[in-house]
Design a protein around this ligand. Structure first.
Ligand SMILES: [Zn+2]
Ligand SMILES: [Zn+2]
Length: 232
């Protein structure tokens, strides 16, 4: 099967066009690990990117960790993942990632039991169009690294535009406001006083994950961390 697919849909490097691979050895160097550890809100240094106590407002995120900078090369990966063979591109990417370069992973590993991984959901119409949720694929990868289970309790009830297509900050906020809710059949005792790692592909303003955080904390979740592949 995979052999036939290679004939009809030959692989090319997403950046330089080299055949046989999506992210060639040479272009792998264009992936830049984020080394600086800082608070997402004030941008000042903070271990494991934890939100400073003083920056932590009611219902805000306790930590945001991203592996790579959202540079031009990473933008190409994400763009292609949305329209092409996402699972295979991700498979290559996950093999390339050097977990020793992810400084905040230590924080997650030191969390005790009762931590869940929740992908940022797509609206059902978008899910139907695309056939998969990239945040779910990333969640499975993280679940393998950390041994925490993936849950699926959030629902996207608003058909939002792609945040990247909106330039105005205020409009970006309005775009995702009220976008999520907890699924009807979820027993809230499952998440009460528990911790959740939210997962998305890219974070820019943080409005999307913030919105999801609000809903989950209101429902009784005690800590929310956020894991993304890239940060722009
Ligand atoms: Zn290349
Ligand atoms: Zn801060």
């Amino acid at each position: 099967m995979s052999f036939l697919k290679d004939i009809f849909f030959p692989k090319f490097c997403l950046s330089c066009g080299k055949p046989g691979i999506y992210i060639c050895l040479n272009c792998q160097k264009k992936l830049e690990y984020i080394k600086i550890q800082k608070c997402f809100y004030c941008k000042k240094p903070s271990l494991y990117n934890l939100t400073h106590q003083i920056c932590l407002k009611n219902l805000s995120i306790d930590q945001i960790g991203s592996i790579f900078y959202y540079n031009d090369f990473f933008k190409k990966i994400i763009k292609n993942i949305k329209y092409r063979f996402a699972k295979e591109i991700f498979k290559e990417l996950f093999k390339i990632i050097n977990v020793n370069q992810i400084n905040f992973l230590e924080l997650y590993k030191n969390l005790e039991n009762d931590v869940f991984i929740q992908p940022i959901p797509l609206h059902k119409n978008k899910f139907k169009d695309r056939g998969f949720n990239q945040a779910f694929i990333i969640s499975q990868y993280l679940s393998q690294l950390l041994n925490f289970p993936v849950i699926d309790i959030l629902e996207r009830i608003k058909e939002t535009k792609n945040q990247a297509e909106i330039k105005d900050r205020k409009k970006r906020y309005q775009n995702v406001r009220g976008a999520f809710k907890i699924k009807k059949d979820v027993d809230l005792n499952l998440i009460k006083n528990k911790r959740i790692i939210l997962v998305d592909d890219v974070i820019t303003t943080g409005f999307t994950v913030n919105e999801a955080t609000k809903i989950l904390k209101k429902a009784g979740v005690i800590k929310i961390y956020c894991f993304t592949l890239a940060q722009g």
